[in-house]
Design a protein. Structure first.
Length: 142
């Protein structure tokens, strides 16, 4: 009987030790914090930023838009910008000025505290640019 109690105590201690090890260094407890919610107007604000640079802003059509909230973002060779920062990526098409619609091009817009930090908008020439590479770096483009 004593052997059974000792065996149960050892098994219980091993189980408790295993439950405490959750991959955090030094035996501390790791708590995964969900990302903050994305502000509701981020998508519309990004679309407005893209439209501002178009010859015919009313002709813009958007697709494949993704919005995420990140802890920091980097632009060019400068230092990272602390967040939370809303990142909006997607594709847009607009009038080509000849009565037709251009092909879809990529855009990447960074927004912090309701202010657009920058908007990288690729031209309609089907070659990838800063908009596409920004979205790809954020994991939002294939």
């Amino acid at each position: 009987m004593r052997a059974i109690v000792v065996a149960l105590a050892i098994a219980g201690a091993a189980g408790a030790a295993g439950a405490q090890d959750n991959g955090a260094p030094g035996g501390s407890i790791r708590v995964d914090i969900p990302p903050p919610p994305v502000p509701g107007g981020a998508r519309k604000q990004a679309e407005h930023a893209v439209r501002e640079g178009l010859a015919d802003p009313t002709s813009a059509a958007f697709r494949a838009e993704h919005v995420i909230e990140v802890e920091s973002v980097k632009h060019g060779f400068g230092p990272p910008i602390d967040g939370p920062v809303s990142v909006v990526c997607g594709q847009y098409a607009s009038s080509d000025g000849k009565g037709g619609q251009s092909g879809y091009s990529w855009f990447f817009v960074a927004i912090k505290h309701g202010q657009v930090l920058w908007a990288d908008v690729d031209s309609g020439d089907d070659s990838p640019g800063a908009g596409y590479y920004g979205c790809k770096g954020a994991g939002l483009a294939s």
